[in-house]
Write a protein that binds this ligand. Structure first.
Ligand code: DGL
Length: 279
């Protein structure tokens, strides 16, 4: 019987976006075995209703848990916001971590003037999970949320920068960051939270649009920190000296997953490395 510490950490997202979290985790914990699922057949989650998101999330998580894992990381803000308590109940005592709390903590730390804009999917913004999590950490913060639905297909298509991406970003963000907004200079938000794991791919286009004074934060690095802390607390860190094994599952079109997934991961993925699964 395999020792629990050697079991993989499972991560999932609606698509390839969660690979931004995978990458941070692989960098921080290179010895860990990682198992990733992108539920591309059902993407996007972010425009669906809460009940549908919970149903999809349970299916994806169930498929991973059945393979034998030591922790589940919900590398999707939309699924975290809608379904984290349900997942924890359903799969107890398996540790289940989401990305919203780590992202909110990063934002609360990064902002100097308390002006924070959260961009995410429609479902994440409507549910208010980020706004509430930041308010718990920094009650005086002025948090505004904005759904940026088109960023998900742009990122999935690998459109990271250029005039089209920046024009879309301006349409979403100008009212919140324009310097000649009614807000005075001090009140202009100084922090932009990427509350969707797809959005880090658009980082430089977003920085061009909001300007160099705005700090952009995402939850990938802080989630990886939380994973390490939790595993250490449970005595489940993999003690192996070598590099962990990486496995990728997708519910549709492994070729496409390899193509766009490589962009998110920052290193090429071969279609042969990706297993097509049915949930
Ligand atoms: N990557 C997902 C998130 O972090 C959203 C993508 C989708 O809409 O499915 O919210």
């Amino acid at each position: 019987m395999q020792d629990a510490a050697h079991l993989p950490i499972a991560l999932f997202d609606s698509g390839v976006g969660g690979l931004t979290v995978f990458k941070a985790l692989a960098r921080r914990l290179p010895a860990e075995n990682l198992l990733y699922l992108g539920d591309t057949a059902r993407l996007p989650y972010g425009t669906k209703g809460r009940g549908t998101i919970i149903q999809y999330t349970l299916l994806a998580a169930g498929a991973l848990v059945r393979r034998g894992v030591k922790m589940l990381v919900v590398a999707c803000n939309t699924a975290t916001a809608a379904a984290l308590p349900t997942l924890r109940r359903e799969f107890a005592p398996l540790p289940v971590l989401g990305v919203v709390e780590p992202g909110a903590a990063a934002a609360a730390r990064a902002s100097r003037n308390g002006g924070i804009v959260v961009i995410a999917t429609e479902a994440t913004i409507a549910g208010g999970a980020y706004q509430e999590a930041i308010a718990r950490l920094r009650p005086e913060a002025r948090v505004r949320g904005k759904a940026c639905t088109l960023f998900v297909p742009l990122a999935e298509e690998g459109w990271r920068e250029g005039p089209v991406v920046e024009e879309v970003a301006r349409r979403y963000l100008d009212g919140l960051f324009a310097p000649n907004d009614t807000a005075s200079r001090e009140e202009r938000p100084d922090t932009l939270v990427l509350g969707c794991t797809h959005f880090p791919l658009l980082f430089s286009a977003l920085q061009n649009v909001v300007g160099p004074d705005v700090t952009i934060v995402d939850s990938a690095a802080t989630t990886a920190e939380s994973v390490e802390e939790e595993l250490r607390g449970l005595g489940l860190l993999n003690p192996s000296a070598g590099s962990g094994e990486w496995r990728f599952l997708t519910t549709d079109n492994p070729d496409r997953f390899a193509r766009t997934g490589g962009l998110f991961l920052g290193s090429p993925l071969e279609p042969g490395q990706i297993e097509l699964v049915d949930l």
